[in-house]
Design a binder for this molecule. Structure first.
Ligand SMILES: Cc1cc2nc3c(=O)[nH]c(=O)nc-3n(C[C@H](O)[C@H](O)[C@H](O)COP(=O)(O)OP(=O)(O)OC[C@H]3O[C@@H](n4cnc5c(N)ncnc54)[C@H](O)[C@@H]3O)c2cc1C
Length: 444
């Protein structure tokens, strides 16, 4: 793009949003110097005011293109291989905060929250961009700038819902000091582009904490799940995506004080596998970054069940991919000061389950990218050759696509009703048995 040409929100609209490439990450709104980008009900950006044609939104947008090889050189002085499942990784750790309250309130082992609390206490950060549930409408997620320990604690837990939380970046413009950002892979791609576009704003980011991400859900996903269990949204006092122990699951606390676990007999992983097919964001299906490869530290579930020895006893822990020196420094200092406990994990012992997730996400995306590009359809440009996936990936992608037939409103309601019924639990058991017999199984 000619750097001198005026670039406006209408470029973002035409080149990204209208072409189905918007990741709904929120970076465009976060970098807009005049704050005229808002989000609609489905969390797509809309212009709400006069665009000054600065082009920041387009230049930071990760939806249409992101130069992953250049990012890899910039951040790690290393080449980039899209087929590498883990991305550039210096060390792997299994870790948890010492504070058991924080540990058990987290999605995995509470490490993200534990580290943020440590950095805040030590004055390394003034706050963090995180995702909480909206206090007014507690079934909706929203980005927020947490500047107190209580706000950071209240935002613990994963929200499996597309949330343009990077819009909160705009609050940093008028603030002093440094901030942590918790973000998904697509959001991190946008954050890394920001460094070249608005170095002053990017300079306020002390560290980027990435979350491993298989896929994210459209905003109506969990709402329809709640309603499929005959709970009205007006009754909801609190919604947790992962309550009730680890790995936990969808849990509604009602205004009358009672609580409902939406899928008592099905593990969250299996529920999410169905939800991703019914409600996955389109741009998520084209993403080739599973383990937040461009973060300082990336975090995911430690499936203790994958390990036969002492690691197998370490439940309620978070798995950490340490990628930058800054990330290592934060981890080591927090451990030395007794805020967290870290155990090194040799790279070759990386969780089988996580690698299966990363392989599944990458290979299915490779199939889609090649197929769509071959038909002249819009795909993101990662500035690298897309590897040719194995034949099994084509089969899996074909099966995945059959689920699209069920994405109509009535069909998906029916699927959810079945999923959350005793019959759904029975089908899940059959599926687990199928995986065990046909070898696609490791663990619980
Ligand atoms: C959409 C999504 C998909 C994921 N997919 C996988 C996966 O396939 N495999 C895997 O191992 N792990 C996955 N994770 C990461 C995992 O769920 C945990 O978030 C991670 O292990 C950190 O756990 P913790 O207990 O240390 O974090 P916690 O202490 O619970 O803190 C989590 C932090 O993440 C922030 N956060 C929550 N939701 C979002 C969001 N949507 N966007 C940005 N920030 C958010 C919270 O505000 C909080 O600060 C996913 C997370 C998300 C949000």
């Amino acid at each position: 793009m000619n750097a001198r040409a005026k670039i406006s929100f209408s470029n973002l609209q035409q080149e990204v949003i209208d072409r189905g490439l918007c990741a709904r990450c929120g970076v465009c709104a976060g970098v807009c110097p005049v704050g005229v980008i808002r989000f609609d009900e489905e969390r797509f950006p809309v212009l709400d005011g006069r665009c000054t044609e600065c082009g920041f939104c387009v230049r930071c947008c990760p939806g249409g293109d992101v130069d992953l090889p250049a990012l890899s050189q910039q951040l790690f002085a290393s080449s980039y291989d899209p087929a590498d499942l883990q991305g550039y990784t210096e060390n792997l750790f299994v870790a948890h905060p010492v504070d058991q309250g924080v540990r058990f309130a987290g999605a995995s082992g509470g490490l993200v929250t534990g580290l943020l609390l440590y950095l805040l206490e030590k004055g390394e950060i003034e706050g963090a961009i995180v995702v909480r549930m909206d206090p007014e409408r507690p079934y909706l997620s929203q980005g927020t700038l947490a500047t107190t320990a209580k706000e950071i604690r209240d935002a613990a837990q994963s929200k499996y819902c597309l949330t343009p939380s990077m819009e909160v970046l705009r609050e940093l413009r008028t603030r002093e000091g440094k901030y942590a950002v918790v973000a998904l892979p697509c959001q991190i791609h946008g954050l890394r582009k920001l460094a070249a576009v608005d170095p002053k704003l990017a300079g306020k980011i002390a560290c980027v904490f990435g979350l491993y991400c298989h896929c994210n859900l459209n905003p109506n996903g969990h709402l329809e799940a709640i309603q499929a269990c005959r709970i009205s949204l007006d009754e909801v006092a609190r919604f947790d995506f992962r309550a009730h122990g680890w790995p936990g699951g969808f849990f509604v606390t009602k205004k009358n004080g009672t609580g409902v676990y939406l899928h008592p007999s099905i593990i969250i992983k299996d529920v999410m596998n169905v939800m991703f097919r019914l409600f996955g964001g389109w741009r998520c299906y084209l993403c080739i970054d599973a383990l937040a490869e461009f973060a300082d530290l990336s975090f995911g579930d430690h499936w203790a069940i994958d390990y036969p020895d002492n690691l197998g006893k370490m439940e309620r822990c978070t798995l950490v991919s340490q990628r930058t020196a800054r990330g290592l420094q934060f981890l080591e200092r927090a451990a030395a000061d007794g805020a967290i406990v870290i155990h090194p994990l040799p790279r070759e012992r990386a969780s089988k389950r996580i690698l299966t997730m990363a392989r599944g996400k990458k290979e299915r995306s490779f199939v889609r990218l090649l197929r769509l590009a071959g038909k002249g359809k819009p795909v993101p440009d990662y500035r690298c050759a897309i590897p040719r996936p194995p034949a099994s990936a084509y089969r899996k992608e074909w099966l995945f696509r059959q689920f699209f037939l069920l994405r109509g409103q009535r069909a998906r309601r029916l699927v959810l009703k079945i999923l959350f019924s005793p019959f759904g639990a029975f089908l899940d058991k059959v599926n687990t048995w199928r995986k065990r017999v046909f070898g696609d199984y490791h663990g619980n």
